[in-house]
Design a protein around this ligand. Structure first.
Ligand SMILES: Cc1ncc(COP(=O)(O)O)c(C=O)c1O
Length: 472
């Protein structure tokens, strides 16, 4: 067995191993009934974790190519020979237009479901910060039919008022599409408004880099560098000259992962350049409302100051109320909303009508404002707890900026470490975080999230992480 998986390759290592084993079986190098090496042995030979080999074996068991019995090891299936009789699920799962998630993201996803691991990765409100629902919703009205393709008309009316009051955005209900989270808004834009091969520009590092959905849509991604005030506007022009940029994606307020707030001047400059070049801009504003108590309010959203209808605005209730509702919205010109509503109707027949009715209750002004005050105070305390823990444990190891809103510290290690290894060792030590590579950052950056865990767990998580960094 001279072959070895490519550790830095695009494809997850376990998939490479599964594919290779499958090839050996198809070619007859591993005939029916033959025993495979123990996971531990193969892991050593390939220089990978045992879990990686275990995942490859599991994949092949699911296709029927391998069998195993507790205590008796794993062998090539005796019953299904020839192999051709079973569908080759590998080829199917490696086909299709939609790319798998980044392997680091896959690893984090596994870890966040392990209750023994302290979670500094999950960008989600702790259950205690999620508001409860009034009972009358269940008693009086629940419409359970398919929703309107653009979303529940009453919710869109309410949202038009909410957007004006809370964000300064003037939009009619006809300019609003209800989506299944902000994510679906981004997905619809990438699938319906851009053709494969189109070039788009986005902040680097950015949440958008964690989404293979842009690559899956065949788009070419170009990075807009940032300074403390957000993206450098002139970079849009130079990228456009070189690559003919078709759309710009930004997350100007409490940018995920850096926490940067784009200044008001920059917002205007960016809009002016986009207008001059006639490039539409997508504003993802998922964290806008999350200013921590006693901190400066951010400038108005770009959509609120856009006078030429060039901004497509994406937001949701995920970061302020509850991500499980899967309620988001996209605001844009009517013709765009109609096109996207048509596509959404074809994909999923509309967002859940139950969630949309719940959303109306949560957006009721006094309930919403009470929730936002609670979040501003609680998230500030969470941030302070993480800050104290970092000052105590990490000051010799890393540097960071103090976030004024949202959920995350963006922090840079003084000595960059291999991020896969750091993540693996940390998870084994019982703490998970998000390595900057997920967002397209250079090695050495980490995103540490304080919205999910209790204060004690935050302190303990930072302590464990610091120990891991010191030990490497
Ligand atoms: C910047 C940003 N945009 C969009 C989303 C997607 O949120 P949702 O689809 O839950 O609204 C997230 C989630 O983490 C995010 O961080």
């Amino acid at each position: 067995m001279e072959w070895k998986p490519e550790k830095e390759g695009q494809e997850p290592v376990y998939k490479q191993i599964a594919k290779w084993l499958e090839q050996q079986i198809i070619e007859g190098a591993l005939p029916p009934g033959v025993s495979l090496p123990a996971e531990r042995v193969l892991a050593k030979r390939f220089g990978v974790n045992r879990g990686t080999v275990s995942a490859a074996y599991e994949d092949l068991r699911a296709t029927g190519l391998l069998q195993s019995w507790q205590g008796s090891g794993t062998w090539v299936s005796r019953h299904l020979w020839g192999v051709q009789q079973v569908p080759n699920w590998h080829n199917y799962t490696n086909g299709g237009a939609f790319l798998p998630a980044n392997p680091l993201v896959q690893r984090i996803r596994e870890a966040v479901f392990d209750p023994s691991v302290i979670n500094l990765a999950k960008a989600e409100l702790a259950p205690s910060l999620i508001p409860s629902l009034p009972n009358r919703l269940y008693e009086s009205y629940l419409e359970l039919g398919y929703a309107h393709p653009k979303g529940n008309p009453d919710l869109r009316e309410d949202l038009a008022v909410h957007l004006l009051e809370q964000y300064g955005i003037a939009a009619s209900p006809e300019e609003i599409l209800i989506t299944s989270g902000a994510q679906q808004g981004l997905h619809l834009i990438s699938q319906c408004l851009l053709s494969p091969g189109a070039a788009i520009a986005m902040e680097g590092p950015s949440y958008f880099y964690s989404l293979p959905l842009f690559i899956s849509a065949g788009l070419r991604l170009y990075r807009l560098p940032m300074d403390r005030e957000g993206i450098v506007p002139e970079e849009i022009r130079s990228l456009h000259q070189k690559h003919r940029i078709r759309m710009v994606f930004v997350n100007p307020t409490y940018q995920n992962p850096t926490g940067i707030v784009m200044s008001q001047t920059r917002r205007r400059q960016v809009l002016d350049i986009c207008k001059e070049l006639r490039i539409p801009l997508v504003e993802d504003d998922a964290y806008y409302a999350l200013t921590l108590q006693d901190n400066r309010k951010p400038p108005k959203p770009m959509k609120a100051i856009d006078t030429s209808g060039m901004v497509l605005y994406v937001n949701s209730m995920s970061k302020t109320i509850a991500p499980g509702l899967r309620i988001g919205w996209l605001v844009g010109p009517r013709s765009v909303i109609e096109r996207l509503a048509d596509a959404k109707q074809q994909m999923d027949f509309g967002t859940s009508s139950v969630s949309q009715q719940m959303a109306r209750e949560f957006l009721e002004k006094s309930r919403y404002e009470t929730q936002m005050q609670k979040l501003a105070a609680s998230l500030l305390q969470q941030r302070e707890t993480m800050l104290e823990a970092m000052q105590k444990e990490m000051s010799g190891l890393a540097e960071w900026n103090l976030p004024e809103g949202s959920y995350h510290f963006w922090c840079r290690l003084h000595r960059p470490l291999d991020e896969r290894e750091l993540l693996d060792v940390s998870i084994r030590a019982g703490v998970v975080f998000t390595p900057g590579g997920v967002y397209g950052a250079e090695p050495g950056w980490l995103r540490l999230t304080y919205s999910w865990e209790t204060k004690d767990a935050i302190r303990e998580g930072i302590r464990r992480l610091a120990q891991v960094i010191l030990s490497m």
